[in-house]
Design a protein around this ligand. Structure first.
Ligand code: AMP
Ligand code: GLY
Length: 422
């Protein structure tokens, strides 16, 4: 099997790392990849959004399976374009990717399928949105309807804060077209976790749970980021709650998508709030999370490639995956300034020694090689992962490796896993 992974983050490095272990694999490419993916795959200088270029490459090189890591190519229709060229692509069509691309769409699907989720209303006029906010009071959640790279949600603790978000999104246009329409939502309370399922349009195969750490600072302080660390599994999601989420949230969603003629294939990422009334849907994403993917891949014992192929072929009904019992913790090392303007081209050393420690796996994201020196090119730069018998042990392994890395301009949170470990 020849496989092409699309993307260049820590998630894509983890996918390549896992796929490279498959007995079915004969050749692996990553477009555009990073210095980490280059260790296990051949990097291609093609942008993740250059769908025409990716299809041409896949056709010319008889690629058997394309695995897009992130949502931008999915929302842009990479699966449709590959299908038109007769190439399997493990991700939703553009129509099914609307589950991530549009908050309104997701809420409509949830309502039609009876999926438990926060009460909501959609607005295209700022005055009407403000009236709703005054009527319902705070806390209230303000969401830009379109894709906003994690910057489109404000959990407002006061009416004034919610109104400021309306002005920002709808009137000042800070998020462009994505924010001209907003969804206002009831604020849910509880522990937030992520559940992943591989879907073939009809069946869902659970890929495990993880908890991300979205704020930049320890104790969940400071601005939102793409994710500063993750651990898996999450003890808060008991087997009973996991089954409830599968039966009440994931399977009804797949049935509704199928009934609409847009079946969902690929990885479905359900952001859940474990409320006093059971798990409720916060949002869907149509791909693995980053850094959640890194810890999930470390825990997966079975062959990922066989599972992705079964998802494409609609054959997940009797498919099973085996997992390592050992928990995994991933700590993101980011460049000073992230998530704002961050330093660039600063030298990173010590990765070899850190990687050699028992239980350690390091995934690259925003790294680059300059004249033989590893430097940072992006904001999130490395995911340093540890695995051990216990979650606490896994965290110690991960931070032991972090402490071996010489990168004065880098930083990380020191409390990944705190909700489970204190
Ligand atoms: P999203 O971009 O939809 O993932 O939202 C970003 C974050 O906002 C989520 O991870 C939650 O922490 C929070 N959030 C979103 N919707 C709600 C809600 N209805 N109630 C409480 N928190 C929410
Ligand atoms: N870590 C959150 C995400 O990938 O959306």
């Amino acid at each position: 099997m020849k496989v092409l992974v699309v993307g260049s983050g820590g998630r894509e490095h983890a996918l390549c790392w896992k796929l490279a272990q498959s007995p079915l694999l004969t050749k692996l490419w990553c477009a555009p990849g990073n210095p980490g993916t280059a260790m296990v795959a051949e990097n291609l200088p093609v942008d993740a959004l250059d769908i025409v270029g990716l299809v041409a490459f896949a056709r010319d090189n008889a690629v058997d399976l394309v695995m897009p890591g992130g949502e931008p190519p999915l929302v842009a229709g990479i699966t449709d374009a590959m299908a038109a060229a007769g190439i399997a692509c493990c991700g939703p069509t553009a129509a099914a990717a609307e589950l991530e691309g549009s908050k309104t769409f997701t809420k409509q699907i949830a309502d039609a399928a009876g999926v438990p989720t926060a009460a909501w209303a959609r607005f295209t006029e700022a005055d009407a949105a403000r009236a709703y906010i005054r009527q319902h009071g705070a806390p209230i959640v303000v969401k830009a309807d379109g894709l906003a790279a994690g910057k489109g949600v404000v959990v407002a603790s006061s009416v004034a804060e919610a109104e400021a978000a309306i002005a920002d999104f709808m009137e000042d246009g800070r998020l462009g077209a994505s924010g001209r329409t907003v969804v206002l939502e009831e604020c849910l309370f509880g522990e937030e976790i992520s559940l992943f399922a591989l879907c073939d349009g009809e069946n869902a195969l659970l890929l495990g749970s993880a908890q991300d750490h979205k704020r930049v600072g320890d104790g969940d302080t400071g601005p939102n980021t793409g994710g500063m660390g993750a651990y898996s599994p999450t003890p808060a999601l008991t087997p009973a709650l996991e089954q409830a989420a599968l039966q009440r949230i994931i399977l009804p969603t797949l049935a509704e998508m199928r009934a609409r003629g847009t079946p969902f294939r690929g990885v479905l990422f359900a952001g859940l709030m474990l409320t006093a009334d059971g798990p409720k849907l916060i949002e869907f994403n149509v791909r693995f999370g980053d850094p959640e993917c890194q810890v999930l891949m470390l825990r997966l014992k079975s062959d990922l490639l066989a599972a992705l192929l079964a998802a494409c072929d609609g054959e997940l009904a009797n498919f099973d995956l085996r997992w390592h019992d050992t928990p995994a913790v991933g700590v993101v090392m980011a460049a000073a300034g992230y998530p704002g303007t961050h330093v660039r081209d600063t030298a990173i050393a010590g990765l070899e020694a850190a990687s050699a420690l028992p239980g350690v796996q390091i995934f690259h994201a925003g790294t680059a090689s300059k004249q033989g020196t590893l430097v940072n090119s992006g904001g999130r730069v490395l995911t340093v992962c540890g695995q051990a018998e216990t979650l606490r042990g896994a965290r110690e392994v991960a931070y032991g490796a972090v402490d071996q890395i010489q990168w004065p301009e880098g930083f990380c949170r020191r409390d990944i896993g705190w909700r489970a470990l204190g």
